[in-house]
Design a protein around this ligand. Structure first.
Ligand code: SAM
Ligand code: SF4
Length: 338
């Protein structure tokens, strides 16, 4: 055994601010069947396929992070279920000792096809993006989607026996802010969770003025207060959501509030883009090119782990999103892996 390399691979990832990184999000593709107005511009250019990490490379990076103490991985995108043969990634990551949670964020349209196999592969949590219950609005927000497919996807996930399903809803003023109560009622009826997300200024989307469409988590909570009693909980899923419960029902209501309640102090995560760039913060450009490390040192997990450990030195203290200024982060959410 190479003692020097072993010494250089700690069992935990700790950054300069003493935060422990235990959660990796992997964007497996930047492509998607939808074009949500807050995520993409209408005419997105996608990456050439050869610049994406291969499935084997994704698995190698995931494995190395788990060796370094990461215990939660979320697969995201783009639309992850559109990547060819993606089940292989779920199956192999699902086998890793040390990985406590394998999660997926999806728009739900491919769940009728994949839900059962995802469950068999060891996926324990699924987040499904749904911002409205109205077919015409859904088509407008996604620029081309059909809401029946998401409903069918939710049915499939529930049939497959997933116990932790959560809706993710980005709320935009004058687009869907009047549906907050209906979305919660829908989640309660289905026995699933829901998180409301403040829009983040990633990339130029062209569709709307982000400052004008800003709808704060506090406002959402106030709106919900007219219909429900919200009781704060200490629950934490390892993410930035703050959770509330409605007495007597299972549904948890979460708020992801990058603007109104900065969550950087307790940040425990890093993100891998589909090209293999390790992003140390969602709202900053500090990154390390892990594709170069992987391809420059074929099959050498130790070299990869050293690069990951070293990256902790450049994880920034936090984001500084400002909706009133032109975006400073030019990558879109589908590149970033939301
Ligand atoms: N395609 C999958 C989906 O939609 O769930 C996974 C990728 S998508 C980029 C992940 C999450 O990011 C979704 O819940 C989406 O609503 C959210 N998202 C996209 N753009 C965003 C933005 N500008 N601000 C906040 N959330 C955003
Ligand atoms: Fe696609 Fe998800 Fe972005 Fe919508 S939010 S365009 S579904 S990647």
């Amino acid at each position: 055994m190479d003692i020097q390399n072993q010494a250089q691979s700690p069992s935990e990832l700790i950054d300069r601010y003493r935060r422990r990184v235990s959660y990796l999000r992997i964007s497996v593709t930047d492509r998607c069947d939808l074009r949500c107005v807050y995520c993409m511009s209408e005419n997105m250019k996608f990456l050439p396929r050869e610049s994406l990490l291969t499935l084997e490379e994704i698995i190698q990076v995931g494995r190395s992070f788990v060796d370094l103490g990461v215990h939660k991985i979320r697969i995201t995108g783009g639309e992850p279920l559109h990547r060819r043969d993606i089940l292989k990634v779920f199956r192999e990551l699902g086998e890793l000792d040390g990985l406590r949670e394998l999660a997926l964020t999806t728009n739900g349209t491919q769940l009728p096809k994949f839900a059962h196999e995802l469950r068999e592969a060891g996926v324990s949590r699924i987040n499904v993006s749904l911002d409205t219950l109205r077919p015409d609005r859904y088509t407008a927000i996604t620029r081309n989607g059909r809401i029946e497919r998401v409903f069918a996807g939710l049915d499939a996930a529930q049939d497959a026996g997933f116990s932790r399903i959560k809706l993710n809803a980005v709320i935009l003023k004058n687009r869907n802010h009047d549906e907050i109560h209906e979305l919660v009622a829908f989640a309660i009826e289905r026995g699933i969770d829901i998180s409301f997300i403040e829009e983040m200024p990633l990339g130029v989307v062209g569709d709307h003025d982000r400052a004008e469409c800003y709808y704060s988590s506090d406002q959402i909570r106030e709106d919900l207060g007219a219909h429900y009693t919200l009781v704060p909980t200490a629950e934490n899923t390892g993410g930035p959501s703050r959770y509330f419960r409605v007495p007597g029902v299972e549904t948890r209501i979460g708020f992801i509030s990058p603007h109104s309640h900065n969550f950087c102090e307790t940040c425990n995560r890093v993100r891998l883009t589909s090209e293999g760039r390790l992003l140390l913060c969602l709202g900053q450009e500090h990154s390390v090119d892990l594709r170069r490390v992987v391809r420059g040192n074929p099959g050498d997990d130790e070299a990869l782990k050293r690069a990951i450990v070293a990256s902790m030195d450049i994880k920034p203290r936090g984001h500084d999103f400002n909706l009133h200024e032109a975006p400073v982060i030019f990558r879109h959410m589908n590149h970033t892996g939301g």
